[in-house]
Write a protein that binds this ligand. Sequence first.
Ligand SMILES: [Zn+2]
Length: 111
Amino acid sequence: MYLAGRLESVSLPYNQPMIHIVGVCPFCEVGSQAFRRCSDGTTIVVACNECSDVWMDPAYLDQAHVVVPDHRKLILPGTTLGLDGGAAGWATIEEIGRKGGARYITRSAER
Ligand SMILES: [Zn+2]
């Protein structure tokens, strides 16, 4: 099911070395659920850095609330939002804070 789209392998701007993690992915059970900025530069979601599954709200990170992107193109279903390309990247602590998500961070790590 998880064929491609390891976000960890995406080249990101050098000034964003950290990923801010909220949990362990309930699907692949090895990846971290971390805040990700979408290609529009403003939408912040939670994405697994291994299987690239997505959660739109950090308050609901269970299997029932998963959004599964096209794992080849990394586009969220029903949108034009990409997890890769454009302004996409791991969200900074400032971006997460502006969206009210900072309280969900359990740890931060170098990617
Ligand atoms: Zn995963």
